[in-house]
Design a protein around this ligand. Structure first.
Ligand SMILES: Cc1cc2nc3c(=O)[nH]c(=O)nc-3n(C[C@H](O)[C@H](O)[C@H](O)COP(=O)(O)OP(=O)(O)OC[C@H]3O[C@@H](n4cnc5c(N)ncnc54)[C@H](O)[C@@H]3O)c2cc1C
Length: 477
Protein backbone atom coordinates (compact mmCIF):
# COMPACT_ATOMS: atom_id res chain seq x y z
CA UNK A 1 0.00 0.00 0.00
CA UNK A 2 1.57 3.28 -1.10
CA UNK A 3 -0.91 5.59 0.55
CA UNK A 4 -2.78 4.24 3.56
CA UNK A 5 -6.55 4.63 3.40
CA UNK A 6 -8.14 6.79 6.10
CA UNK A 7 -10.25 5.10 8.73
CA UNK A 8 -13.74 6.04 7.51
CA UNK A 9 -17.12 4.50 8.35
CA UNK A 10 -18.21 2.06 5.66
CA UNK A 11 -21.77 1.85 4.37
CA UNK A 12 -23.93 -1.10 5.42
CA UNK A 13 -24.44 -3.83 2.78
CA UNK A 14 -28.27 -3.57 2.81
CA UNK A 15 -28.01 0.18 2.19
CA UNK A 16 -25.73 -0.45 -0.79
CA UNK A 17 -28.12 -3.03 -2.22
CA UNK A 18 -31.07 -0.65 -1.87
CA UNK A 19 -29.03 2.17 -3.42
CA UNK A 20 -28.15 0.09 -6.48
CA UNK A 21 -31.80 -0.81 -7.02
CA UNK A 22 -33.03 2.76 -6.48
CA UNK A 23 -30.36 4.30 -8.74
CA UNK A 24 -31.05 1.87 -11.57
CA UNK A 25 -34.79 2.43 -11.25
CA UNK A 26 -34.38 6.23 -11.29
CA UNK A 27 -31.57 6.66 -13.86
CA UNK A 28 -31.79 3.51 -15.95
CA UNK A 29 -29.41 0.55 -16.01
CA UNK A 30 -27.18 2.07 -18.69
CA UNK A 31 -26.07 4.86 -16.33
CA UNK A 32 -25.48 2.67 -13.27
CA UNK A 33 -22.55 0.29 -13.64
CA UNK A 34 -22.42 -2.34 -10.88
CA UNK A 35 -20.09 -4.75 -12.71
CA UNK A 36 -16.85 -5.62 -10.93
CA UNK A 37 -14.70 -4.57 -13.92
CA UNK A 38 -16.65 -1.35 -14.35
CA UNK A 39 -16.26 -0.44 -10.68
CA UNK A 40 -12.60 -1.46 -10.42
CA UNK A 41 -11.70 1.12 -13.06
CA UNK A 42 -12.73 3.87 -10.63
CA UNK A 43 -10.71 2.82 -7.56
CA UNK A 44 -7.60 4.87 -8.42
CA UNK A 45 -6.47 8.19 -9.71
CA UNK A 46 -2.90 9.32 -10.51
CA UNK A 47 -1.87 9.51 -6.84
CA UNK A 48 -0.84 5.94 -5.95
CA UNK A 49 -3.83 5.72 -3.57
CA UNK A 50 -6.21 2.80 -4.07
CA UNK A 51 -9.74 3.07 -2.76
CA UNK A 52 -12.31 0.46 -1.79
CA UNK A 53 -14.34 -1.18 -4.53
CA UNK A 54 -17.43 1.00 -5.07
CA UNK A 55 -20.81 -0.73 -5.20
CA UNK A 56 -21.74 1.29 -8.29
CA UNK A 57 -20.46 3.91 -10.68
CA UNK A 58 -23.12 6.40 -11.75
CA UNK A 59 -22.39 7.88 -15.18
CA UNK A 60 -24.43 11.06 -14.94
CA UNK A 61 -25.62 12.45 -18.27
CA UNK A 62 -27.39 15.53 -16.89
CA UNK A 63 -27.57 17.78 -13.86
CA UNK A 64 -30.82 16.02 -12.97
CA UNK A 65 -28.95 12.66 -12.85
CA UNK A 66 -26.46 14.20 -10.40
CA UNK A 67 -29.30 15.57 -8.28
CA UNK A 68 -31.14 12.23 -8.22
CA UNK A 69 -27.96 10.32 -7.32
CA UNK A 70 -27.14 12.65 -4.41
CA UNK A 71 -30.76 12.48 -3.14
CA UNK A 72 -30.88 8.67 -3.20
CA UNK A 73 -27.42 8.20 -1.67
CA UNK A 74 -28.20 10.70 1.06
CA UNK A 75 -31.50 9.03 1.97
CA UNK A 76 -29.84 5.62 2.18
CA UNK A 77 -26.66 6.76 3.96
CA UNK A 78 -24.33 5.80 1.13
CA UNK A 79 -21.09 7.75 0.56
CA UNK A 80 -20.52 9.37 -2.85
CA UNK A 81 -17.17 10.22 -4.47
CA UNK A 82 -17.42 12.76 -7.32
CA UNK A 83 -15.10 12.16 -10.24
CA UNK A 84 -14.04 13.89 -13.44
CA UNK A 85 -11.04 12.51 -15.40
CA UNK A 86 -9.22 10.84 -12.48
CA UNK A 87 -5.88 12.58 -13.12
CA UNK A 88 -5.73 13.88 -9.54
CA UNK A 89 -2.43 13.50 -7.68
CA UNK A 90 -3.76 13.51 -4.11
CA UNK A 91 -6.38 10.75 -4.16
CA UNK A 92 -9.35 13.15 -4.26
CA UNK A 93 -11.40 10.99 -6.64
CA UNK A 94 -10.49 7.72 -4.92
CA UNK A 95 -13.51 6.11 -3.20
CA UNK A 96 -11.98 5.42 0.21
CA UNK A 97 -15.34 4.36 1.67
CA UNK A 98 -16.56 2.40 -1.39
CA UNK A 99 -20.18 3.46 -1.89
CA UNK A 100 -20.98 5.21 -5.17
CA UNK A 101 -18.62 6.95 -7.58
CA UNK A 102 -20.43 9.79 -9.34
CA UNK A 103 -18.78 10.35 -12.73
CA UNK A 104 -19.53 13.73 -14.30
CA UNK A 105 -17.41 13.31 -17.43
CA UNK A 106 -20.43 13.05 -19.73
CA UNK A 107 -21.56 16.58 -18.78
CA UNK A 108 -19.17 17.82 -21.45
CA UNK A 109 -20.97 20.64 -23.25
CA UNK A 110 -19.44 24.03 -23.91
CA UNK A 111 -22.84 25.72 -23.57
CA UNK A 112 -21.75 29.29 -24.24
CA UNK A 113 -18.65 31.19 -25.37
CA UNK A 114 -19.43 34.85 -25.00
CA UNK A 115 -17.07 37.32 -26.69
CA UNK A 116 -18.92 40.38 -25.37
CA UNK A 117 -19.00 39.35 -21.73
CA UNK A 118 -15.73 37.39 -21.96
CA UNK A 119 -17.07 34.25 -20.35
CA UNK A 120 -17.74 30.59 -20.98
CA UNK A 121 -20.47 28.38 -19.51
CA UNK A 122 -19.40 24.74 -19.49
CA UNK A 123 -20.24 21.36 -18.05
CA UNK A 124 -17.80 19.84 -15.51
CA UNK A 125 -16.84 17.09 -17.98
CA UNK A 126 -15.33 19.44 -20.58
CA UNK A 127 -11.68 18.47 -21.10
CA UNK A 128 -9.50 21.48 -20.27
CA UNK A 129 -7.55 21.24 -23.54
CA UNK A 130 -10.82 21.18 -25.51
CA UNK A 131 -11.88 24.39 -23.78
CA UNK A 132 -8.51 25.96 -24.63
CA UNK A 133 -9.02 25.05 -28.29
CA UNK A 134 -12.64 26.26 -28.40
CA UNK A 135 -11.68 29.59 -26.82
CA UNK A 136 -8.63 30.14 -29.01
CA UNK A 137 -10.65 29.48 -32.17
CA UNK A 138 -12.72 32.54 -31.15
CA UNK A 139 -9.71 34.73 -30.28
CA UNK A 140 -10.37 34.09 -26.58
CA UNK A 141 -8.14 32.57 -23.91
CA UNK A 142 -8.73 30.40 -20.83
CA UNK A 143 -5.35 30.67 -19.06
CA UNK A 144 -5.30 27.84 -16.44
CA UNK A 145 -3.22 25.05 -17.99
CA UNK A 146 -2.52 22.12 -15.69
CA UNK A 147 0.02 19.94 -17.48
CA UNK A 148 -2.65 17.23 -17.62
CA UNK A 149 -4.77 19.52 -19.88
CA UNK A 150 -5.11 16.87 -22.57
CA UNK A 151 -7.24 14.72 -20.27
CA UNK A 152 -8.22 16.53 -17.05
CA UNK A 153 -11.64 18.18 -16.86
CA UNK A 154 -13.01 21.49 -15.70
CA UNK A 155 -14.96 19.87 -12.81
CA UNK A 156 -11.74 18.38 -11.43
CA UNK A 157 -9.82 21.63 -12.08
CA UNK A 158 -12.38 23.68 -10.16
CA UNK A 159 -12.56 21.15 -7.31
CA UNK A 160 -8.75 21.20 -6.98
CA UNK A 161 -8.28 24.89 -7.85
CA UNK A 162 -5.79 23.69 -10.44
CA UNK A 163 -2.75 25.70 -11.44
CA UNK A 164 -0.24 25.20 -14.21
CA UNK A 165 2.78 26.83 -15.86
CA UNK A 166 0.84 29.95 -16.91
CA UNK A 167 -0.24 30.68 -13.31
CA UNK A 168 2.80 32.92 -12.78
CA UNK A 169 1.22 35.66 -14.88
CA UNK A 170 -2.44 34.68 -15.04
CA UNK A 171 -3.20 33.05 -11.68
CA UNK A 172 -4.93 29.75 -10.92
CA UNK A 173 -8.42 28.38 -11.64
CA UNK A 174 -10.09 30.33 -8.79
CA UNK A 175 -9.31 33.61 -10.59
CA UNK A 176 -11.47 32.44 -13.51
CA UNK A 177 -14.51 30.91 -11.79
CA UNK A 178 -17.33 33.45 -11.78
CA UNK A 179 -20.04 31.07 -10.64
CA UNK A 180 -21.11 27.44 -10.41
CA UNK A 181 -24.24 25.34 -10.40
CA UNK A 182 -23.65 22.99 -7.49
CA UNK A 183 -25.68 20.15 -6.05
CA UNK A 184 -25.50 19.36 -2.34
CA UNK A 185 -25.64 15.90 -0.80
CA UNK A 186 -29.41 15.33 -0.56
CA UNK A 187 -30.10 16.91 -3.95
CA UNK A 188 -30.52 20.65 -3.29
CA UNK A 189 -29.21 22.74 -6.20
CA UNK A 190 -27.49 26.11 -5.52
CA UNK A 191 -26.17 28.69 -7.97
CA UNK A 192 -23.59 30.82 -6.15
CA UNK A 193 -21.71 33.40 -8.18
CA UNK A 194 -22.56 35.55 -11.15
CA UNK A 195 -21.97 36.36 -14.83
CA UNK A 196 -20.60 39.81 -14.08
CA UNK A 197 -16.98 40.82 -13.55
CA UNK A 198 -17.77 42.42 -10.19
CA UNK A 199 -20.19 41.25 -7.49
CA UNK A 200 -20.02 41.22 -3.69
CA UNK A 201 -23.41 40.06 -2.47
CA UNK A 202 -23.14 37.83 0.58
CA UNK A 203 -20.32 35.48 1.41
CA UNK A 204 -18.16 34.34 -1.50
CA UNK A 205 -19.58 30.81 -1.59
CA UNK A 206 -18.20 30.27 -5.10
CA UNK A 207 -14.65 30.84 -3.85
CA UNK A 208 -15.26 28.42 -0.98
CA UNK A 209 -16.44 25.71 -3.38
CA UNK A 210 -13.42 26.20 -5.64
CA UNK A 211 -10.73 23.95 -4.19
CA UNK A 212 -13.17 22.09 -1.92
CA UNK A 213 -11.96 18.77 -3.41
CA UNK A 214 -15.43 17.36 -4.02
CA UNK A 215 -16.26 17.41 -0.30
CA UNK A 216 -18.92 20.15 -0.21
CA UNK A 217 -20.95 19.93 -3.43
CA UNK A 218 -20.93 18.45 -6.93
CA UNK A 219 -20.58 20.90 -9.83
CA UNK A 220 -22.99 20.48 -12.71
CA UNK A 221 -22.12 23.71 -14.53
CA UNK A 222 -19.31 26.27 -14.30
CA UNK A 223 -19.23 29.90 -15.51
CA UNK A 224 -15.67 30.90 -16.34
CA UNK A 225 -14.08 34.27 -16.97
CA UNK A 226 -12.03 34.50 -20.18
CA UNK A 227 -9.48 36.97 -21.49
CA UNK A 228 -8.44 37.89 -25.02
CA UNK A 229 -5.97 35.54 -26.62
CA UNK A 230 -2.49 37.09 -26.41
CA UNK A 231 -1.37 37.53 -30.03
CA UNK A 232 2.37 37.07 -29.45
CA UNK A 233 4.29 34.44 -27.49
CA UNK A 234 8.07 34.05 -27.11
CA UNK A 235 9.87 31.24 -25.31
CA UNK A 236 13.38 31.06 -23.89
CA UNK A 237 15.27 28.11 -22.48
CA UNK A 238 18.22 28.83 -20.18
CA UNK A 239 20.82 26.19 -19.31
CA UNK A 240 22.39 26.54 -15.86
CA UNK A 241 25.28 24.96 -13.95
CA UNK A 242 22.96 23.89 -11.18
CA UNK A 243 19.48 24.33 -9.69
CA UNK A 244 20.64 26.81 -7.05
CA UNK A 245 21.85 29.20 -9.79
CA UNK A 246 18.55 28.76 -11.67
CA UNK A 247 16.59 29.43 -8.45
CA UNK A 248 18.58 32.60 -7.76
CA UNK A 249 17.81 33.72 -11.32
CA UNK A 250 14.06 33.17 -10.73
CA UNK A 251 14.18 35.34 -7.60
CA UNK A 252 16.11 38.03 -9.50
CA UNK A 253 13.62 38.04 -12.40
CA UNK A 254 10.70 38.47 -9.99
CA UNK A 255 12.51 41.17 -8.02
CA UNK A 256 13.36 43.08 -11.21
CA UNK A 257 9.74 43.21 -12.34
CA UNK A 258 9.67 40.62 -15.12
CA UNK A 259 6.24 39.05 -15.60
CA UNK A 260 6.70 36.03 -17.87
CA UNK A 261 3.66 33.83 -18.18
CA UNK A 262 5.73 30.73 -17.31
CA UNK A 263 8.92 30.20 -15.36
CA UNK A 264 9.58 26.46 -15.04
CA UNK A 265 12.65 24.89 -13.43
CA UNK A 266 14.11 21.36 -13.80
CA UNK A 267 16.93 20.20 -11.54
CA UNK A 268 19.95 18.01 -12.31
CA UNK A 269 18.29 14.68 -11.39
CA UNK A 270 15.29 15.57 -13.56
CA UNK A 271 17.61 16.16 -16.52
CA UNK A 272 19.25 12.79 -15.89
CA UNK A 273 15.78 11.20 -16.14
CA UNK A 274 15.03 13.07 -19.35
CA UNK A 275 18.31 12.03 -20.96
CA UNK A 276 17.68 8.41 -19.91
CA UNK A 277 14.34 8.54 -21.70
CA UNK A 278 16.02 9.76 -24.90
CA UNK A 279 15.26 13.50 -24.68
CA UNK A 280 18.02 15.60 -26.30
CA UNK A 281 19.03 17.57 -23.21
CA UNK A 282 22.37 19.40 -23.48
CA UNK A 283 24.93 17.33 -21.52
CA UNK A 284 26.46 20.46 -19.95
CA UNK A 285 23.23 21.52 -18.23
CA UNK A 286 22.81 20.92 -14.49
CA UNK A 287 19.44 22.68 -14.49
CA UNK A 288 17.02 24.23 -17.00
CA UNK A 289 14.79 27.26 -16.77
CA UNK A 290 11.95 27.60 -19.27
CA UNK A 291 10.68 31.16 -19.56
CA UNK A 292 7.76 32.29 -21.72
CA UNK A 293 6.38 35.79 -22.27
CA UNK A 294 3.20 36.82 -24.09
CA UNK A 295 1.06 39.86 -24.88
CA UNK A 296 0.55 42.33 -27.68
CA UNK A 297 3.41 42.01 -30.17
CA UNK A 298 5.37 45.16 -29.27
CA UNK A 299 5.01 44.66 -25.51
CA UNK A 300 5.77 40.93 -25.73
CA UNK A 301 8.84 41.57 -27.84
CA UNK A 302 10.14 44.09 -25.34
CA UNK A 303 9.48 41.68 -22.45
CA UNK A 304 11.20 38.92 -24.43
CA UNK A 305 14.30 41.04 -25.01
CA UNK A 306 14.48 42.13 -21.37
CA UNK A 307 14.06 38.54 -20.16
CA UNK A 308 16.69 37.36 -22.65
CA UNK A 309 19.19 39.92 -21.36
CA UNK A 310 18.45 39.05 -17.73
CA UNK A 311 18.81 35.32 -18.36
CA UNK A 312 22.00 35.73 -20.42
CA UNK A 313 23.70 37.74 -17.69
CA UNK A 314 22.53 35.59 -14.76
CA UNK A 315 25.36 34.05 -12.69
CA UNK A 316 25.75 30.35 -13.52
CA UNK A 317 24.00 30.50 -16.90
CA UNK A 318 25.60 28.42 -19.67
CA UNK A 319 23.46 29.28 -22.69
CA UNK A 320 20.10 30.77 -23.62
CA UNK A 321 18.08 29.34 -26.52
CA UNK A 322 15.11 31.21 -28.01
CA UNK A 323 11.96 30.27 -29.91
CA UNK A 324 9.77 32.74 -31.75
CA UNK A 325 7.47 30.43 -33.66
CA UNK A 326 5.15 27.62 -32.64
CA UNK A 327 7.37 24.79 -33.95
CA UNK A 328 10.52 25.88 -32.15
CA UNK A 329 8.44 26.66 -29.05
CA UNK A 330 7.16 23.08 -29.06
CA UNK A 331 10.75 21.87 -29.30
CA UNK A 332 11.75 23.85 -26.20
CA UNK A 333 8.67 22.63 -24.30
CA UNK A 334 9.26 18.99 -25.30
CA UNK A 335 11.49 18.28 -22.31
CA UNK A 336 8.97 19.76 -19.86
CA UNK A 337 6.11 17.76 -21.38
CA UNK A 338 8.09 14.51 -21.33
CA UNK A 339 8.79 14.80 -17.61
CA UNK A 340 5.98 12.79 -16.09
CA UNK A 341 6.60 9.74 -18.29
CA UNK A 342 10.39 10.02 -18.04
CA UNK A 343 10.43 10.15 -14.24
CA UNK A 344 7.93 7.31 -13.90
CA UNK A 345 10.33 4.98 -15.72
CA UNK A 346 13.09 5.58 -13.16
CA UNK A 347 11.74 3.47 -10.31
CA UNK A 348 8.96 1.08 -9.44
CA UNK A 349 7.25 3.59 -7.13
CA UNK A 350 6.97 7.36 -7.28
CA UNK A 351 5.22 9.91 -5.08
CA UNK A 352 4.99 13.47 -6.34
CA UNK A 353 4.62 16.34 -3.87
CA UNK A 354 3.69 19.91 -4.85
CA UNK A 355 4.94 22.12 -2.04
CA UNK A 356 5.12 25.91 -2.34
CA UNK A 357 7.45 28.41 -0.68
CA UNK A 358 7.68 32.19 -1.01
CA UNK A 359 9.60 32.88 -4.23
CA UNK A 360 12.52 34.36 -2.28
CA UNK A 361 12.99 31.00 -0.43
CA UNK A 362 13.15 28.78 -3.53
CA UNK A 363 16.88 28.16 -3.35
CA UNK A 364 16.57 27.17 0.34
CA UNK A 365 13.81 24.71 -0.55
CA UNK A 366 15.99 23.07 -3.20
CA UNK A 367 18.92 22.82 -0.78
CA UNK A 368 16.66 21.35 1.94
CA UNK A 369 15.20 18.82 -0.51
CA UNK A 370 18.62 17.58 -1.55
CA UNK A 371 19.73 17.35 2.08
CA UNK A 372 16.71 15.35 3.23
CA UNK A 373 17.12 12.95 0.32
CA UNK A 374 20.73 12.33 1.41
CA UNK A 375 19.77 12.11 5.10
CA UNK A 376 17.14 9.43 4.51
CA UNK A 377 18.87 7.74 1.58
CA UNK A 378 15.89 8.40 -0.69
CA UNK A 379 16.21 9.28 -4.38
CA UNK A 380 14.32 12.40 -5.40
CA UNK A 381 14.13 14.86 -8.24
CA UNK A 382 12.53 18.27 -8.40
CA UNK A 383 10.91 20.32 -11.12
CA UNK A 384 7.99 22.68 -11.43
CA UNK A 385 6.47 26.09 -11.45
CA UNK A 386 9.46 27.94 -10.01
CA UNK A 387 7.99 31.37 -10.71
CA UNK A 388 5.29 30.58 -8.13
CA UNK A 389 7.69 28.87 -5.72
CA UNK A 390 5.64 25.71 -6.45
CA UNK A 391 7.90 22.68 -6.90
CA UNK A 392 7.10 19.05 -7.61
CA UNK A 393 9.41 17.01 -5.43
CA UNK A 394 9.26 13.41 -6.66
CA UNK A 395 10.37 10.58 -4.37
CA UNK A 396 11.44 7.35 -6.09
CA UNK A 397 11.96 3.85 -4.71
CA UNK A 398 11.86 0.22 -5.76
CA UNK A 399 11.16 -2.01 -2.77
CA UNK A 400 8.59 -1.99 0.06
CA UNK A 401 11.49 -1.98 2.55
CA UNK A 402 12.41 1.54 1.40
CA UNK A 403 8.89 2.91 2.04
CA UNK A 404 9.41 3.92 5.73
CA UNK A 405 12.44 6.04 4.76
CA UNK A 406 10.33 7.68 2.02
CA UNK A 407 7.63 8.48 4.59
CA UNK A 408 10.21 10.12 6.85
CA UNK A 409 11.65 12.10 3.92
CA UNK A 410 8.16 13.34 2.92
CA UNK A 411 7.40 14.43 6.48
CA UNK A 412 10.73 16.27 6.61
CA UNK A 413 9.88 17.99 3.31
CA UNK A 414 6.53 19.12 4.72
CA UNK A 415 8.20 20.44 7.88
CA UNK A 416 10.91 22.24 5.88
CA UNK A 417 8.27 23.81 3.62
CA UNK A 418 6.25 25.14 6.56
CA UNK A 419 9.44 26.41 8.24
CA UNK A 420 10.24 28.37 5.06
CA UNK A 421 6.82 30.06 5.27
CA UNK A 422 5.31 27.79 2.62
CA UNK A 423 2.31 25.53 2.17
CA UNK A 424 1.94 21.77 1.66
CA UNK A 425 0.10 21.90 -1.67
CA UNK A 426 0.09 24.48 -4.45
CA UNK A 427 -2.30 22.72 -6.81
CA UNK A 428 -2.87 19.01 -6.18
CA UNK A 429 -4.97 19.48 -3.04
CA UNK A 430 -4.82 17.61 0.26
CA UNK A 431 -7.00 14.61 -0.62
CA UNK A 432 -5.78 11.44 1.01
CA UNK A 433 -2.11 12.01 0.32
CA UNK A 434 -1.51 15.10 2.44
CA UNK A 435 -4.23 14.72 5.08
CA UNK A 436 -1.74 13.26 7.61
CA UNK A 437 0.36 16.44 7.37
CA UNK A 438 -2.36 19.11 7.46
CA UNK A 439 -1.81 19.80 11.16
CA UNK A 440 1.81 20.74 10.44
CA UNK A 441 0.52 23.81 8.60
CA UNK A 442 -2.88 24.60 10.10
CA UNK A 443 -3.93 25.08 13.73
CA UNK A 444 -6.46 22.75 15.35
CA UNK A 445 -8.88 25.71 15.49
CA UNK A 446 -8.63 26.29 11.74
CA UNK A 447 -9.08 22.58 10.99
CA UNK A 448 -12.10 22.49 13.35
CA UNK A 449 -13.65 25.49 11.59
CA UNK A 450 -13.31 23.73 8.23
CA UNK A 451 -14.81 20.52 9.62
CA UNK A 452 -17.74 22.61 10.91
CA UNK A 453 -18.18 24.15 7.45
CA UNK A 454 -18.14 20.68 5.90
CA UNK A 455 -20.88 19.63 8.35
CA UNK A 456 -23.07 22.58 7.27
CA UNK A 457 -22.90 21.46 3.62
CA UNK A 458 -22.97 17.73 4.32
CA UNK A 459 -24.21 16.98 7.86
CA UNK A 460 -23.98 13.21 7.47
CA UNK A 461 -20.42 13.31 6.11
CA UNK A 462 -21.35 11.32 3.02
CA UNK A 463 -19.79 13.44 0.25
CA UNK A 464 -16.22 12.33 -0.49
CA UNK A 465 -15.47 11.19 3.09
CA UNK A 466 -11.90 10.73 4.27
CA UNK A 467 -10.49 13.63 2.23
CA UNK A 468 -8.61 16.70 3.51
CA UNK A 469 -9.26 15.67 7.15
CA UNK A 470 -10.63 12.41 8.55
CA UNK A 471 -14.41 12.41 8.12
CA UNK A 472 -16.68 12.42 11.17
CA UNK A 473 -18.74 9.26 11.57
CA UNK A 474 -22.00 9.24 9.66
CA UNK A 475 -25.01 7.96 11.48
CA UNK A 476 -26.30 5.68 8.71
CA UNK A 477 -23.46 3.18 9.11
C1 LIG B 1 0.85 14.28 -15.79
C2 LIG B 1 0.07 15.15 -14.83
C3 LIG B 1 0.34 16.50 -14.78
C4 LIG B 1 -0.37 17.32 -13.90
N1 LIG B 1 -0.09 18.65 -13.88
C5 LIG B 1 -0.81 19.46 -13.08
C6 LIG B 1 -0.57 20.87 -13.09
O1 LIG B 1 0.29 21.39 -13.81
N2 LIG B 1 -1.35 21.64 -12.29
C7 LIG B 1 -2.32 21.10 -11.49
O2 LIG B 1 -3.01 21.85 -10.80
N3 LIG B 1 -2.54 19.78 -11.45
C8 LIG B 1 -1.84 18.94 -12.22
N4 LIG B 1 -2.08 17.60 -12.21
C9 LIG B 1 -3.09 17.05 -11.28
C10 LIG B 1 -4.52 16.92 -11.87
O3 LIG B 1 -4.50 16.79 -13.27
C11 LIG B 1 -5.39 18.09 -11.43
O4 LIG B 1 -5.59 18.04 -10.03
C12 LIG B 1 -6.76 18.18 -12.12
O5 LIG B 1 -7.37 19.37 -11.73
C13 LIG B 1 -7.67 17.01 -11.78
O6 LIG B 1 -8.73 17.01 -12.73
P1 LIG B 1 -9.54 15.68 -13.04
O7 LIG B 1 -10.57 16.04 -14.05
O8 LIG B 1 -8.67 14.58 -13.39
O9 LIG B 1 -10.23 15.42 -11.63
P2 LIG B 1 -10.33 14.09 -10.76
O10 LIG B 1 -9.00 13.53 -10.48
O11 LIG B 1 -11.36 13.19 -11.33
O12 LIG B 1 -10.92 14.70 -9.41
C14 LIG B 1 -10.20 15.64 -8.66
C15 LIG B 1 -11.07 16.13 -7.50
O13 LIG B 1 -12.19 16.81 -8.02
C16 LIG B 1 -13.40 16.26 -7.48
N5 LIG B 1 -14.40 16.38 -8.54
C17 LIG B 1 -14.34 15.85 -9.78
N6 LIG B 1 -15.44 16.21 -10.48
C18 LIG B 1 -16.20 16.98 -9.67
C19 LIG B 1 -17.45 17.64 -9.81
N7 LIG B 1 -18.16 17.58 -10.94
N8 LIG B 1 -17.93 18.34 -8.75
C20 LIG B 1 -17.22 18.40 -7.59
N9 LIG B 1 -16.04 17.79 -7.40
C21 LIG B 1 -15.54 17.10 -8.44
C22 LIG B 1 -13.03 14.83 -7.10
O14 LIG B 1 -13.89 14.35 -6.08
C23 LIG B 1 -11.61 15.00 -6.63
O15 LIG B 1 -11.59 15.42 -5.27
C24 LIG B 1 -1.37 16.76 -13.05
C25 LIG B 1 -1.64 15.38 -13.12
C26 LIG B 1 -0.93 14.59 -13.99
C27 LIG B 1 -1.26 13.12 -14.03
Amino acid sequence: VLLALPDVPLPAEPALTRAKVALAARLGDSKVDTSREGCERFMNDESEATGRLPAAVVHAASAEDVRACLAIAHDLGVPVTPRAAGTGRSGGAVPVAGGVVLATSALADVKELNRDDLLAVVGPGVVTGDLHAACEAEGLFYPPDPNSWKSCMIGGNVAENAGGPRAFKYGVTREYVLGVEACLMGGEVLRPGRRTVKGVTGYDVTALLVGSEGTLAVFTEVTLRLVRKPPAVFTLLALFDDAAAAARCVSALVRDGHVPRCLELMDRETLVALRASGAPVDPRAGALLLCEVDGHPAAAEEAFERAGEALSSAPGVLEVQVAQDAASRDRLWAARRALSGATRKLAKYKLSEDVVVPRSRLEELLVATRALGDRHGVRNLTYGHAGDGNMHVNFLWDTPEERPAVARAIEDLMRATVALGGTLSGEHGVGVAKAPYLALEQSSGLIRLQRDLKAVFDPRGLLNPGKIFPAPPHRAC
